[in-house]
Design a protein around this ligand. Structure first.
Ligand code: GDP
Ligand code: MG
Length: 324
């Protein structure tokens, strides 16, 4: 009862664009996924869509710096921006948070921007759930643009391609260009490629990417553009933003934006179903009494019997799956 009242108060403040309420709702949803429906039911009348952009690339290529610069430009155009930084490689919980804040000091105090960093692993229901739910909250808040910054592609804990409408792959000049491209799963994943740190060179990698793109046919009719930026000075950032809008327009004109939206939801639904199943199974089988029985048996009979014990205990369990 108390919690419902708290949620109601928070929602009222949230609807008045109170950033503290937004922060509290994010924490609530992160920590208590089962309460998410209590929150989202208040937004059922809202039809606002944010445009969702994914920025991905290896650690250190300048994604956060770039995100800061892109956001700054968008803010200058009067747009609001919700940022989610996912850096599971960050060894300290909160470490990425501080780092990203420092890189985004220019903008983090602006009333129309909000930044959330997810630095550590081990979110209840996983990082992709947290990212999806935070982006849903940003949409309810009325953000014009959502930027999801994430390390790597494919190997990440979730696939940015299923969550964003436009994916920017960021690369840097210098070492291991070929490896960078392989890692980026380059041709399949990016809607555009951006070589950052152009103050350090990078013409050669741009040419390599252009050549790879020339050898590829794009059934969608969209040929990913290649841009170069210096995220520190901001040089080239406008062109990159223009490429994003061009891609958005392409998706809208070809009506594939709806496919993207559907894809986002089917990804989410599959994830919700598997987490429900996981919960059901663990609740039915992993209860403390059962564990105690197994422990007692294993300890009495010897630790090397633990595998055989578990095997035995579950031997006569029959799974019955009912289709509904
Ligand atoms: N020379 C140069 N350094 C950059 C540029 N963009 C970012 N950096 C630096 O690269 C480092 C990593 O940047 P960061 O944005 O944290 O990268 P992320 O790990 O991809 O988010 C920081 O020291 C930045 O100051 C750039 O365009 N040129
Ligand atoms: Mg970063």
């Amino acid at each position: 009862m108390k919690i419902t009242q708290d949620i109601d108060t928070l929602i009222n403040r949230f609807k008045k664009k109170d950033k503290v309420a937004l922060a509290k709702l994010i924490s609530l949803i992160e920590n208590e996924p089962d309460k998410a429906h209590e929150v989202f039911k208040h937004f059922e009348g809202i039809s606002h869509d944010s445009y969702i952009i994914g920025i991905t690339g290896s650690p250190g290529v300048g994604k956060s710096t770039l995100t800061g610069k892109i956001s700054k430009k968008l803010l200058e155009e009067g747009k609001s921006v919700g940022i989610i930084c996912v850096d599971p490689t960050s060894p300290f919980s909160g470490g990425a948070f501080l780092g990203d804040r420092v890189r985004m000091t220019d903008i983090s105090l602006h009333p129309n921007v909000f930044l959330r960093s997810l630095a550590s692993r081990g979110y209840k229901g996983g990082i992709s759930r947290a990212v999806f739910d935070i982006s849903l909250l940003y949409e309810a808040y009325g953000m014009d643009v959502i930027i999801i910054e994430t390390v790597g592609v494919g190997q990440a804990e979730f696939d940015i391609y299923n969550l964003a409408y436009t994916v920017v792959v960021v690369l840097v000049p210098g070492y291991g260009d070929a490896i960078q491209m392989q890692k980026a799963g380059i041709i399949e994943i990016g809607d555009m490629y951006n070589i950052n740190k152009k103050d350090l060179g990078g013409e050669d990698i741009a040419v390599q990417i252009e050549m790879m793109l020339d050898d590829t046919t794009f059934q969608s009719g969209w040929r990913p553009p290649v841009s170069m930026t210096d995220a520190i000075s901001g040089e080239g950032v406008e062109e990159l933003i223009q490429n994003m809008w061009d891609h958005k327009e392409h998706l809208e004109l070809s009506e594939s934006i709806n496919e993207k939206k559907k894809n986002r939801f089917s990804y989410k639904i599959k994830e919700l179903i598997s987490s429900k199943i996981e919960k059901l199974i663990s609740e039915s089988f992993i209860n403390e009494t059962k564990i105690k029985e197994i422990v007692d048996y294993a300890v009495d009979e010897g630790k090397f019997k633990i595998y055989r014990t578990i095997h035995k205990k579950f031997e006569d369990v029959n799974f019955e799956i009912t289709k509904k």
